[in-house]
Design a protein around this ligand. Structure first.
Ligand code: HEC
Length: 157
C-alpha cells in the first residue's frame, strides 16, 4: 500500500511538472511582477492625493485624507509573499522589472522596509482626518519609507 502510494505520488508530481512547469514558470513570474507593480501604483496614487493636500496643491478634505491614508495602510498590510517569487529580479528579467536581486540575497532585510511602511502608514491613517497640520506632520515619515526601500532594493532608472 505504502509503495503504491509513493509511486503514484512521484508519477503524478513529475508528470505535472513536465507538462506545466515550462509554461507556468514564465507566465507566473511575469504575472507576479505585474501585480506587485500594481500594488506600488496604488501606494503611489493614495500617497499622491495626500501629498497634494499636504503641499497645498489641493484643498485639504478630512474625509478624502482619511480614505486615502486608510487605503495606504490597508495596502501596506497585504501579504505580498506571492508577488515576489525567486527569479523575478532585474538581473534575471531586466526588461520586466527593476527589483534588485538583493531583495532575495539579503532576505529577510526587505521585510524590515515593508514593516517601516506599514507602521508609518498606520500612524498617518490615525491622524490624517484631524486637520492639515496633522497630515503634514505624518506624511514625511511615510514618504521616507518608500525611498528607504527603493534605494537599496530598486534599480535606478
Ligand atoms: C519593501 C520595499 C518597498 C517599499 C516599502 C516601497 N516600494 Fe515601491 N518598489 C519597490 C520595488 C522593489 C520596486 C520595483 C518593482 C518591480 O519593478 O518589479 C518598486 C516600484 C515602485 C514603483 C514603480 C511601479 C511600476 O509600475 O514600475 C512605484 C510608483 C513605487 N514603487 C511607489 C512606491 C511608493 C509610493 C511607496 C511608499 C508608499 C513604495 N513604493 C514603497 C519596493 C518598495
Amino acid at each position: 500500500m505504502q509503495k503504491i502510494k509513493t509511486v503514484l505520488t512521484a508519477f503524478g508530481f513529475s508528470a505535472a511538472l513536465l507538462v506545466t512547469a515550462p509554461v507556468f514558470a514564465d507566465g507566473h513570474l511575469e504575472k507576479a511582477i505585474e501585480a506587485r507593480k500594481a500594488v506600488m501604483s496604488l501606494y503611489s496614487f493614495n500617497l499622491g492625493q495626500l501629498g497634494a493636500m499636504a503641499k497645498g496643491n489641493v484643498a485639504y478634505d478630512a474625509a478624502a485624507a482619511s480614505a486615502a491614508a486608510g487605503n495606504l495602510a490597508a495596502l501596506a498590510a497585504l501579504d505580498q509573499g506571492a508577488l515576489w517569487p525567486k527569479g523575478s529580479d532585474a538581473a534575471a528579467m531586466p526588461d520586466k522589472t527593476r527589483a534588485k536581486a538583493e531583495i532575495w540575497s539579503t532576505y529577510p532585510e526587505v521585510n524590515g522596509k515593508s514593516k517601516a511602511l506599514a507602521e508609518a502608514s498606520v500612524a498617518m491613517a490615525k491622524v490624517a482626518g484631524d486637520g492639515l497640520p496633522a497630515l503634514q506632520a505624518a506624511i514625511g515619515d511615510v514618504g521616507k519609507t518608500c525611498g528607504g526601500c527603493h534605494k537599496p532594493f530598486r534599480v535606478p532608472k
